[in-house]
Design a protein around this ligand. Structure first.
Ligand code: SAH
Ligand code: SF4
Ligand code: F3S
Length: 446
């Protein structure tokens, strides 16, 4: 007899927001009785949670969809869902390209998945991309890790960086209340989670849309206040947050990070370019001097803090000299990690319409030069760990070598060492570092 069990598969592209949304959507599907299938070809429902930050991210999903659309011709009961940022950007248009889709849903609708699928099972092809107030607490996420958890604190983005699609696809800022966030983290602590990462596209904007803040012009609750509010939740031993915006990053936040022992000394503060004219054209709202000041303020108080960032090369009009200022900033600051990208023109963004676009050759040549420097600097930064004893939160086994365990230092360096997973999973252990590579470390239990 054919089994009545229904299987689902989710592939997630893009950033941590998408990962967090996928975990909530997986929770909804499991609650509806679906069972996870690692293999999409074995699933009755496939959901692609998509990203459109750069063109190559967007194109990837079309090739995945092409394959599954063919399968749907053989198996009409297959349910095909596209969610996330490509879904929001394309809306109805995507049905012309992939008419086999059953459901097209923007990121703000993630928590409504059950209701939307009900409409699909009633025989409708559904497209939902209108902006809504994100409804909370109707879901129980099915989280990938049992040790570390994402916690959204603010959705959307009100900035208008001239290269960026995020405000178009993620909508305006919507902060969750500190009570809701605290409640979620308390439950995580009770469930045995050890680390939370607070998420927002511009996390420093947290609270500015909450009731009271708009009327009085004073935030009742900022990210800094929130860190104090959640700090003592039992069970949670580490707190991280991302992404910081240099324009809004405060001295008060630096003091809080130093004072609060559970807050990891790791800062992810994208600078995008080392040239003030380019920063202006990007509408970032700060100068490279201000960026340097932020980093030195952090390092004055926390000399060992690790610093990571994002940068774009080949923004329209970027000259060789301007690009060299990005190289200089990277050389001067010495990042522990840097996510780099060649500028990609995105639909609906101002910079995509400018005529001073650079050639792909120039962009990729600059990207290579930058990446080379990044690896060199990260290797140098890693050396400071050699011979030190680091506190590592054990997350699991090294997938490449099952005799090793892996976890992260406070500063977010991936660390490998020998040990027994059953005894150590979820614990913070001391590891003496014996090898340091650009982006990872190896050591022995101390
Ligand atoms: N909110 C974060 C970044 C979100 S997008 C911030 O303000 O920094 C993640 C990264 O993707 C950005 O930091 C940027 O470096 C990169 N990015 C965004 N749009 C891009 C584009 N059109 N081309 C290339 N890289 C882009
Ligand atoms: Fe995009 Fe700028 Fe918002 Fe970051 S702050 S998500 S780069 S618009
Ligand atoms: Fe991509 Fe959307 Fe995140 S465009 S980077 S998944 S906000």
């Amino acid at each position: 007899m054919a089994s009545s069990q229904r299987y689902y598969h989710i592939t997630t592209f893009g950033c941590q927001m998408n990962k967090a949304d996928s975990e909530r959507m997986a929770g909804i599907l499991e609650n509806m009785g679906f069972i996870w299938s690692g293999d999409p070809d074995n699933a009755d429902l496939i959901l692609y949670n998509t990203c459109t930050i750069r063109d190559n991210a967007e194109q990837k999903v079309y090739s995945y969809l092409g394959r599954q659309s063919k399968r749907k011709h053989q198996n009409p009961s297959l349910t095909l869902v596209i969610s996330g940022c490509v879904a929001q950007q394309e809306g109805q248009k995507i049905l012309r390209r992939v008419p086999e889709l059953d459901l097209v849903m923007g990121p703000q609708h993630a928590n409504r998945l059950e209701d939307l699928l009900q409409q699909v099972f009633d025989g409708n092809q559904v497209v939902v991309t209108e902006p809504i107030h994100i409804v909370e607490d109707i879901t129980k996420p099915c989280r990938e890790s049992a040790i570390t958890a994402w916690v959204n604190i603010i959705y959307g983005c009100n900035e208008r960086c001239t290269y960026c699609v995020v405000p178009n696809v993620r909508g305006v800022e919507q902060s969750r209340t500190s009570q809701e966030i605290l409640r979620e983290i308390k439950v995580l602590g009770q469930q045995g989670y050890k680390e939370v990462t607070l998420l927002g596209q511009n996390i420093d904007a947290y609270g500015r849309d909450l009731p009271g803040a708009v009327e009085t012009g004073r935030y009742r609750h900022t990210l800094t206040d929130l860190l104090y509010t959640i700090h003592d939740v039992p069970g949670i031993e580490r707190i991280r947050f991302a992404t910081s915006h240099p324009r809004y990053f405060t001295e008060r936040l630096i003091v809080a990070c130093q004072e609060l022992s559970k807050v990891c000394e790791h800062f992810h503060i994208p600078f995008q370019s080392g040239d003030n004219e380019i920063l202006k054209a990007m509408k970032r709202g700060y100068t490279q001097e201000k960026y340097h000041r932020i980093i030195s303020n952090i390092r004055d108080r926390m000399p060992d803090a690790s610093i990571s960032a994002d940068a774009i090369v080949g923004f329209p009009g970027e000259t060789e000299k301007q690009f060299e200022k990005t190289l200089k900033l990277v050389a001067d600051i010495g990042f522990d990690q840097l996510n780099t990208a060649a500028y990609s023109p995105r639909p609906g963004t101002p910079a995509a319409l400018w005529e001073n676009q650079l050639s792909e050759d120039v962009k990729s040549e600059r990207l290579q030069r930058l990446n080379h420097l990044v690896a060199q600097k990260a290797t140098e930064r890693s050396q400071r760990y050699l011979g030190r004893i680091e506190k590592v939160l054990v997350e699991g086994q090294n997938p490449q070598d099952k005799t090793q365990l892996m976890g992260r230092t406070q500063g977010n360096r991936l660390t490998f060492f020998r040990g027994n997973i059953n005894q150590l999973k979820g614990q913070i252990v001391e590891v003496k570092i014996t090898e340091a590579r650009a982006f990872s470390l190896t050591g022995n239990l101390a």
